[in-house]
Design a protein. Structure first.
Lengths: 238, 238
DNA sequence: TCAAAGGCAATTGCATGCACTTTTTGCCTC
DNA sequence: GAGGCAAAAAGTGCATGCAATTGCCTTTGA
């Protein structure tokens, strides 16, 4: 058993494993349906099977991993239908966050949202997709936090992370950034007005578009080969 | 190691432990802040510490248990604020379920909802609180299922179970049943009309009332003694 | 050639053991 | 009697080992 484990920082070994494996799933490095062999994972991360097992258990409780008793664990396979339900949930959750944000954000939160949003306009003009993506993530996080509701925050972040692999697989389309920005703008405007209803609606629409576009990602029974290849056009960024 | 383990049926030992411990938390048998000693639990259920540890890990991933590295696990302590956020989430989730139910329930689902709801009127007249509670639970479950969205269903059921200990602690108030039934009636009526907006609003209001009432359950830093004793009046059933 | 049966390798599930961390206890000092 | 320190006790974290289960592959019989 070599010296110190290298990967991932701090926390108990189990926590590290949860993060390590969870990240690999969320980022799409591990594919849905892929077998998660305890022994291999243990060897891969240079720990014993025990923490790996515990991590798999927790990931399974989170829905990222599927466990068949006595038959090992696989990366959770998300059916077309369940994917749709998650996107729909996401739209509803974002709508709630936006509505609450409109009603509850402090003035400094509002200011920060506005400032960041305006700053992101630059990324749109430059077509800097990577950078815009960063702003985009931050933008949505602000909405989640702005709702001032810890439990909704948890559910939203959780759902978003489970959708990450599907959102990530998006295409870079011309006009995508501008469109996304305009939708953000509608949300921001409504929030600044304190119009919860409008903010909610705008946020729901914003997410729904991605949902529809991603509906193409049929995941049915996901072979292990690279068949997840997006056979789709018309994907946008959230 | 005695013969077969008695408690709880089927599944792996870990699953059994998750259910066993989870139930005890949800039903309030284990109190928030209570220490969950691995060794004692293992002895109590006649298994080794390993499955107990895994179960605690999963329960912690579900938010029912809090784990302090190297310092053991306790039943999750829910702060006043977090409790409020969960009740608020619950109201929003129920609102979504009701709205979707109004838009999506099949005619047989609608019929069943209506029939059960009318049947529960009898319980109200008789003041049969226990029986009504059963109908009440079933009623809400129907809404969750009627939304036809697996992920929202999961989040709603999860949230509801985390709120269970607080809802359970309710008082039996005169007029509570009748009031609850009327609120259910508003929801049912809206759903039968297919009016999603009204159904959502009615459901949100229905839950909100409980939320306000339960706000009294300050849980702050929960001593180990039985100080959770409800120092409150005016609690209603969902 | 095919199907059923049996055995073998691989893998999971759980128990146990040991090292390390935290908490408690007992003793000493002030 | 209060405070502080150290040793002991308790309890957690992880590794390892073994029994049990599964899946595969070979064998056998028709």
């Amino acid at each position: 058993m070599s010296g110190k484990r290298s990967l991932i920082r701090s926390g108990t070994t189990v926590d590290q494993m949860v993060r390590a494996i969870g990240d690999r799933i969320v980022t799409g490095f591990l594919r849905p349906g892929e077998k998660l062999d305890e022994t291999s994972l243990a060897a891969r991360f240079d720990v014993s099977r025990t923490p790996v097992r515990e991590a798999l258990g927790q990931l399974s409780a989170m829905g990222l991993v599927e466990r068949r008793p006595n038959r090992g664990a696989i990366v959770a396979v998300v059916t077309q239908e369940h994917l749709a339900s998650m996107f729909e949930s996401m739209a509803e959750l974002e709508a709630i966050c936006a509505r609450f944000s409109a009603e509850r954000m402090t003035s400094s939160e509002r200011r920060a949202l506005e400032v960041e949003h305006q700053a992101s306009a630059r990324m749109v003009r430059l077509g800097a997709e990577e950078d815009y993506e960063y702003f985009n993530t931050e933008f949505h996080s602000r909405l989640y936090r702005g709702a001032h509701n810890a439990h909704i925050y948890e559910m939203t972040v959780m759902t978003r992370s489970r959708l990450a692999p599907f959102r990530r697989a998006q295409f870079m389309l011309p006009g995508r950034l501008a469109k996304s920005w305009q939708e953000h703008d509608a949300i921001v405007t409504a929030i600044m007005r304190g119009d919860g209803g409008a903010a909610g609606k705008a946020a729901r629409d914003h997410v729904s578009i991605v949902s529809e576009a991603s509906a193409v990602f049929a995941v049915g029974d996901q072979p292990k080969t690279a068949s997840t290849a997006p056979v789709t056009r018309r994907l946008r960024t959230t």
